[in-house]
Design a protein. Structure first.
Ligand code: PLP
Length: 392
């Protein structure tokens, strides 16, 4: 019996546990100080009323013999896949409904998709990075190459023709940096992937925060992407589903590698290892796409976007360099006075009881940067920025 020793190569992530430890100590020593947390990557607003109604209605159906549902289709019910298909259609991206696979969230599929790729592929991830891309590949024993994201390229690295990579991760709008690729930027990646026979794993978990028609919500807005990209999306940030769990993955039928259809491979993988998302949750997700649903979720997205603007405006007024905040719930700022990430964390915590996330926790290029998020409450975001302005 041999265990998967690749697990020994995983780096322990001390980021959130260290933050929690430091915050607990601060609270113990300063019980009278009002702590504000702008470090969280989780939503705080409740589910939209249409979603709650859909959950109740679906639960009632499950309790009645005539409408009870057992196992559903592994790839998701047609009603939800068709609602997503229409949503893409509105952006002029035309997908077949069997190119869309419903999941219990983007994180699972971002890890599971690796089942259909050989271990020998090398993998390109940006640095700084959402840690799931690195850890899932490390578990499988794949070689990881880092693409430098930095102030010079606006934290949006472009392909390097001298480096051959097989699997490329792109997250736009990005976590942690909030940076968003333009169509031109994505086109360069698509051209690279087509030329080098690579595959792009495109994480669109934050696409709903894009406010400009000029910026791509989906990689399939770029010609040729259907031949080289898989797209992952989630209702977590779009509609507050972090605890409800639903997302989807698009695997185009035009995605043929070594004469094999990756759409067929993924369907085979899912029908073998996955039994689908609960009917009740899929009805909840379907409700997001109704006219009223779109209106209600937009109110929440706007709420977070306005919080982001409050934070970004504060950075502007202080002359602090940052990315994100405009088409993203994340603001990625350069620590003032050349402070290191943890130094700035301690400074904000001890001086103004404000919690953010040190950029160094997302990779070596994150050193000297800091992430603030807009998922908090409005009054607290305003208060946090007042404290920040008075301090810096
Ligand atoms: N992708 C990115 C970039 C994320 O930041 C997150 C969650 O924070 C996810 C995917 C996971 O989303 P889900 O809740 O759908 O698993």
């Amino acid at each position: 019996m041999n265990i998967n020793k690749n697990y020994l190569n995983l780096e322990d992530s001390y980021l959130f546990s260290t933050i929690a430890k430091k915050v607990a100590e601060f609270t113990k020593n300063n019980p009278d100080k009002q702590l504000i947390k702008l470090g969280i990557g989780d939503v705080t607003l409740p589910l939209a009323p249409v979603v709650v109604e859909a959950i109740k209605k679906a639960a009632d159906e499950m309790g009645v013999q005539a409408t009870f549902k057992g196992y559903g289709p592994e790839q998701g019910y047609a009603f939800l896949r068709e609602a997503i298909q229409k949503y893409y259609g509105r952006k002029n991206v035309h997908l077949a409904s069997d190119e869309i696979f419903i999941s219990d969230g983007a994180k699972s599929d971002l890890g599971n998709i690796l089942d259909i790729f050989d271990i020998d592929n090398n993998v390109l991830v940006p640095d700084p990075v959402y840690p799931v891309y690195v850890d899932t590949n490390t578990m499988a024993g794949r070689k990881i190459i880092y693409a430098d994201a930095n102030e010079k390229n606006g934290f949006l690295p472009l392909p390097d023709e001298n480096i051959k990579c097989d699997i490329i991760y792109i997250c736009s709008p990005n976590n942690p940096t909030g940076a968003v690729y333009t169509k031109d930027g994505l086109r360069k990646w698509v051209d690279y992937a087509l030329k080098n026979d690579s595959i792009i794993l495109f994480d669109a978990a934050y696409e709903c925060f894009i406010k400009s028609n000029e910026l791509p919500n989906s990689i399939y807005e770029i010609e040729g992407a259907e031949k080289c990209a898989i797209e992952f999306c989630s209702f977590s940030k779009t509609a507050g589903f972090t605890g409800t769990r639903c997302g989807y993955t698009v695997v185009p039928k035009a995605l043929i590698k070594q004469n094999c259809s990756l759409n067929k491979f993924w369907l085979r993988r899912q029908t073998t290892k996955f039994n689908g998302v609960p009917y009740i949750v899929q009805r909840a997700a379907e409700a997001i796409f109704s006219v009223e649903g779109q209106k209600q979720i937009l109110e929440n997205i706007q709420y977070y976007s306005e919080n982001a603007k409050i934070i970004a405006d504060t950075m502007d007024s202080k002359g602090i360099w940052y990315t994100g905040g405009k088409h993203s719930p994340y603001i990625w700022l350069k620590c003032p006075n050349n402070m290191k990430s943890w130094e700035f964390f301690d400074y904000l915590l001890n001086k103004i009881a404000l919690v953010g996330t040190p950029g160094s926790g997302f990779g070596k290029n994150g050193e000297g940067y800091f992430r603030l998020t807009s998922f908090g409450n409005r009054e607290k975001t305003i208060e946090a920025m007042e404290r920040f302005s008075n301090l810096i």
